[in-house]
Design a protein around this ligand. Structure first.
Ligand SMILES: NC(=O)c1ccc[n+]([C@@H]2O[C@H](COP(=O)([O-])OP(=O)(O)OC[C@H]3O[C@@H](n4cnc5c(N)ncnc54)[C@H](OP(=O)(O)O)[C@@H]3O)[C@@H](O)[C@H]2O)c1
Length: 313
């Protein structure tokens, strides 16, 4: 694996998706680097629109690109908006990666997701398990679009020698998360449910499934720090997982969230609802060898996320 010290100093860096949860964390983290940060709103450049993207890139010519724009959501959104998930995410990846190439970008980082790994891949999930088996059907359109992005990065590296890299973050949470009642991820959903239960004086919150599945959660500012670290230190065709390398049962996790939110009622589990994969955790050996580890504990991270939820109103 190539270790390539790469100088960010003085570079024009484009964060695509700057007002999303991850993009906002990246812009917070990049504010501590000596770079010129550029962003553009969707109202000016819809990244699904090739001509808009090509025109904007030709004008701005960003030297570094972090591609954190995507259509993202929880299981319900992924499973119902299947056409939008595959079309938007393929179009965004294709347009941005090709525009970066056409305009001589020095480096590009593509953000994938842990759902690109096969449903039954061995745990913890290693980078080389990609495309070794069938995907989880509920988010297959999203995963296929992400795999297309990864394969573009690989192909541009091999045909043009582009310094394009792909990273695979685990489940993220933190400021700017999506709290939509149906379309959110598990952390945001639990924060919202416990908060609402506390306000309503409810005595019970029921969570789908047995609570036994194990999941891994990474605070989004840690993830942004890992991205900047990898932009500086990593160049290679291999994927790099970004996670904490530790997991927790949904039941334990729910109790931590409830305690932080201040919900004092009961937490019960509806065993008639599906559990999903028993365990989902990334193997972070490669990331650790590259010199990075997560710093924020789950408790601190949830506290920060809850504070951000409250101040967002
Ligand atoms: N959240 C997680 O747990 C997680 C885990 C692993 C990987 N990731 C990856 O991290 C990246 C960002 O995720 P996130 O959680 O930050 O999602 P998010 O909060 O929904 O943000 C997505 C961003 O993409 C922008 N976007 C979407 N479609 C666009 C379009 N057609 N044109 C221009 N901009 C568009 C959104 O802009 P608008 O605000 O205008 O819609 C928003 O800024 C994604 O690639 C995702 O796969 C996330």
């Amino acid at each position: 694996m190539a270790a390539a010290p790469f100088e960010l100093k003085g570079k024009t860096v484009y964060v695509a998706g700057h007002d999303g949860m991850v993009g906002a964390a990246l812009t917070r983290r990049l504010a501590r680097e000596d770079v010129r940060l550029v962003t553009v709103d969707r109202s000016e450049v819809d990244l699904r629109d090739q001509s808009m993207v090509f025109r904007w890139f030709a004008q701005v010519r960003p030297q570094l690109i972090i591609l954190a724009a995507a259509k993202v959501g929880g299981i319900v959104a992924n499973n119902t908006l299947r056409a939008e998930y595959i079309y938007d995410n393929i179009a965004i990846a294709a347009n941005v990666i090709h525009a970066a190439h056409l305009n001589g970008a020095e480096k590009l980082m593509f953000l994938g997701s842990s759902c690109i790994y096969p449903k039954l891949a061995a745990q913890p999930l290693r980078e080389d398990s990609v495309l070794t088996g069938p995907l989880e059907p509920t988010n297959e359109p999203y995963a296929i679009a992400k795999i297309a992005g990864i394969k573009m990065v690989e192909a541009y590296r091999s045909q043009y020698g582009s310094d394009f890299i792909s990273v695979m973050p685990t489940n993220l949470y933190g400021p700017g998360d999506n709290y939509h009642p149906e379309y959110s991820h598990v952390v945001a959903a639990l924060i919202r449910r416990f908060h609402e239960a506390k306000l309503a004086g409810a005595t019970n919150v029921t969570i789908w499934g047995t609570g036994a599945p194990r999941r891994e959660f990474l605070y989004v500012d840690d993830m942004a720090d890992a991205c900047v670290h990898l932009m500086k230190t990593f160049s290679g065709p291999e994927l790099v997982n970004i996670g904490v390398g530790k997991d927790i049962t949904i039941a334990e996790f729910a109790r931590i969230v409830a305690a932080i939110v201040g919900y004092r009622g009961e937490v019960t589990f509806d065993h008639s609802r599906p559990d999903g994969t028993p365990r989902k955790m990334l193997d972070v050996t490669r990331l650790e060898k590259l010199g990075w580890r997560a710093q924020t504990s789950l408790k601190d991270g949830i506290e920060l996320a809850y504070r951000a939820y409250l101040s967002a109103g």
